[in-house]
Ligand binder design. Structure first.
Ligand SMILES: [Zn+2]
Length: 273
C-alpha cells in the first residue's frame, strides 16, 4: 500500500482563486479516468480562527484549534505542546521532512529560529528530521519546490510538508482582488504541474491546501468568507473522492491515517477509501 504523504500548504490561498486560476489542478479534477492514480478531488474547507498563519500551521499539523493550542497569533514563538504529524511519525520510525517557512521549525524543532543553525536541518532526533527552512516572505516558490524535491529524492521521506509563501506575500502587497494575486495562483499551479505526476508515481498521496485566505484590505485574520474559505485538493488512490465535509482540524488525523500511524487525532473517515 502507498502510505507516504506529501502535504502542500500554499500559504494564503483563497478558495475561489484556487478554483478560478489553477488550471492544472482543476484539470486533474476534470479528468475522466476515474481509476487513475492521479484521480483528484477539490473540497472547500473553512479555516479555524483567527485566520492567521502560525495559529493555523499548528492547527493543520496537530489538529488543535488555535484557541486551544495557545498559538493565537503570529508573534508567539515557542514549541508546540501537542503531538503533531511530525512527532507521531518520527516516534513511529517514519522519515519526516519539510521545506517550509521558519515558523514551522519553531513549532516542531527548535525555537527561536537561528538561520545559521536551522536553515538546513538534518538531525534524526528532531521531529522534522530533514528541513530546508526559509525566513523571507518573498522566497521564490520555484526555489522552495526545488528544496522540497531535493529533500524528497535524497531522504525519501514518508511525510513531506511543502510550504510556499508567495501567495500570502502577493496578497499582502496587492490584495485578494488583484491581477498579481491571481497570477500568483496561476504560477504556483504551473510549478506544481512539474512534480505531481512523479510524486504519485513514487507512491505518495498528495494533499494541497492552505492555512487561510485573503481579503481586499491586503490582510487576513478575521471571519470574512474570503479569509476563511480555502481549497483542499486530494490526489491519489487512498482517497474516496466522494462528496463530504472536511474540517481543518481533521487534516492532521487524516494524514496520520494515510501514514498508518497510531494516533488519537480526529480525522475525516469519508475522505478516505
Ligand atoms: Zn499573511
Amino acid at each position: 500500500m502507498n502510505n507516504k504523504v506529501i502535504l502542500v500548504v500554499l500559504d494564503g490561498l483563497n478558495y475561489q482563486v484556487a478554483r478560478d486560476c489553477m488550471g492544472y489542478l482543476n484539470g486533474l479534477v476534470e479528468q475522466p479516468h476515474s481509476q487513475s492514480a492521479l484521480r483528484t478531488t477539490l473540497y472547500q474547507l473553512q479555516s479555524e480562527l483567527p485566520s492567521m498563519s502560525r495559529p493555523l500551521y499548528e492547527c493543520i499539523l496537530t489538529g488543535i484549534r488555535p484557541i486551544e493550542s495557545g498559538i493565537v497569533n503570529n508573534a508567539i514563538v515557542r514549541l508546540s505542546k501537542y503531538d503533531s504529524v511530525f512527532s507521531l511519525a518520527s516516534a513511529q520510525g517514519k522519515v519526516t521532512a519539510a521545506a517550509a517557512y521558519h515558523w514551522v521549525s519553531e513549532l516542531y524543532n527548535r525555537a527561536p529560529f537561528e538561520p545559521v543553525r536551522d536553515r538546513f536541518t538534518h538531525d534524526t532526533s528532531l521531529n522534522i528530521q530533514h528541513g530546508c527552512f526559509y525566513h523571507w516572505d518573498h522566497y521564490p516558490d520555484e526555489a522552495l519546490l526545488l528544496d522540497a524535491e531535493y529533500l524528497r529524492r535524497t531522504f525519501g521521506p514518508d511525510f513531506l510538508l511543502i510550504h510556499p509563501m508567495n501567495m500570502d506575500d502577493l496578497g499582502h502587497k496587492h490584495g485578494l482582488d488583484s491581477h498579481q494575486y491571481r497570477n500568483g495562483a496561476r504560477h504556483i499551479d504551473s510549478l506544481l504541474s512539474n512534480y505531481i505526476e512523479a510524486w504519485v508515481a513514487d507512491g505518495y498521496q498528495v494533499l494541497i491546501t492552505s492555512d487561510h485566505g485573503m481579503n481586499n484590505d491586503r490582510s487576513h485574520g478575521g471571519t470574512l468568507a474570503e479569509e476563511r474559505d480555502v481549497p483542499l485538493f486530494v490526489i491519489g488512490e487512498r482517497f474516496s473522492h466522494q462528496a463530504c465535509q472536511v474540517k481543518q482540524t481533521e487534516l492532521c488525523g487524516t494524514v496520520c491515517q494515510l501514514l498508518q500511524l497510531d494516533h488519537h487525532k480526529p480525522f475525516t473517515q469519508e475522505l478516505l477509501a
